[in-house]
Design a protein around this ligand. Structure first.
Ligand code: URA
Length: 233
C-alpha cells in the first residue's frame, strides 16, 4: 500500500505538483479551473503540521503575489497562542503592523485588545491573523489575485489552531472566509458552522473608530463568543 502511495506521489511530482491542498473546497474550484491550478496551490501532504511549518513554507521573502514589489517591509504571519480557543481574523497589515511584523498593533489593534480583554481574555491567550500577510500599498483593499495567493495559508493556520470560535473582523475577512458577497450588516449578529468551528462575524475595529455607536453590536457579538467559549450557548 505505501509503495502505491509513493508511486502515486511520484507521479504528481513528475507533473510538477509540489503539494496537495487540504482545503475541502479545492475540488469545487478544481472543477472550475485547470487541474494544475487546483493541485499546485500551497498546501501540504499529510498532517496539518505546525504554525512554524506554515511560516517556513511562506518564507521571509514570499513572492507569490505582487505585494512583494509594492513596498511591504515584511510578512505579518500571526501572533498568539497556537492552541487558542478563540481566533480573530483581520484583513491585511497596515503601516505599523508592516513595521513591527505583528498584526493589529496600531490604533485598530489597541481597540481590538480592549475588545478581547472585555470578555476576560488577553491577546496572548487568543490567536490573531490576517487574510493577507503583506501590507497593500496605501492600505488599499486586497485584490482577488492577492487573496487567492494568500488565503490558503490562513486556512491552514485555522486547521492547525483548530479554535472553538473564529471571529472575522469586518466585511473583507468575513466575506473571504464564508465565500459570500453579502454585506457585513447582514452577516454579523449570526453564527455559522465553519471548518468544524463556530464563526461569529463582527465589525472591524477600524470601523468602530469611525462609528463608535457600533460598539454596542460588537459587544453583543463578543458576549455570544464568550458564552460559546464557556459552553453556555
Ligand atoms: N487591520 C487589519 O485588518 N489587520 C491588521 O493587522 C491591522 C489593521
Amino acid at each position: 500500500m505505501s509503495r502505491e502511495i509513493a508511486d502515486h506521489l511520484r507521479y504528481y511530482a513528475d507533473l510538477g505538483v509540489t503539494g496537495l491542498s487540504r482545503d475541502p473546497n479545492w475540488r469545487v474550484r478544481a472543477a472550475a479551473s485547470p487541474a494544475t491550478d487546483a493541485i499546485s496551490e500551497p498546501g501540504s501532504l499529510g498532517t496539518p503540521g505546525t504554525l512554524e511549518d506554515i511560516k517556513t513554507e511562506i518564507g521571509p521573502a514570499c513572492m507569490r503575489c505582487k505585494l512583494c514589489t509594492l513596498g511591504r517591509t515584511q510578512i505579518v504571519f500571526g501572533t498568539g497562542n497556537p492552541k487558542a480557543r478563540l481566533m480573530l481574523v483581520g484583513e491585511a497589515p497596515g503601516e505599523e503592523e508592516d513595521e513591527r511584523g505583528e498584526p493589529f498593533v496600531g490604533r485598530s489593534g489597541q481597540l481590538l485588545t480592549k475588545i478581547i480583554e472585555a470578555i476576560g481574555l488577553s491577546r496572548e491567550q487568543v490567536y490573531i491573523a490576517n487574510v493577507i500577510k503583506c501590507r497593500p500599498p496605501d492600505n488599499r483593499n486586497p485584490e482577488p489575485d492577492e487573496v487567492a495567493a494568500c488565503e490558503p495559508y490562513l486556512f491552514r493556520q485555522i486547521d492547525v489552531i483548530n479554535p472553538m470560535v473564529i471571529v472575522p473582523l469586518g466585511k473583507f475577512a468575513t466575506q473571504c472566509l464564508l465565500k459570500t458577497t453579502d454585506p457585513i450588516t447582514r452577516l454579523r449578529g449570526r453564527r455559522f458552522d465553519y471548518r468544524g468551528t463556530t464563526l461569529i462575524p463582527t465589525f472591524h475595529p477600524a470601523y468602530l473608530l469611525r462609528n463608535p455607536s457600533a460598539k454596542r453590536e460588537v459587544w453583543d457579538d463578543m458576549k455570544l463568543v464568550r458564552a460559546i467559549l464557556q459552553g453556555d450557548a
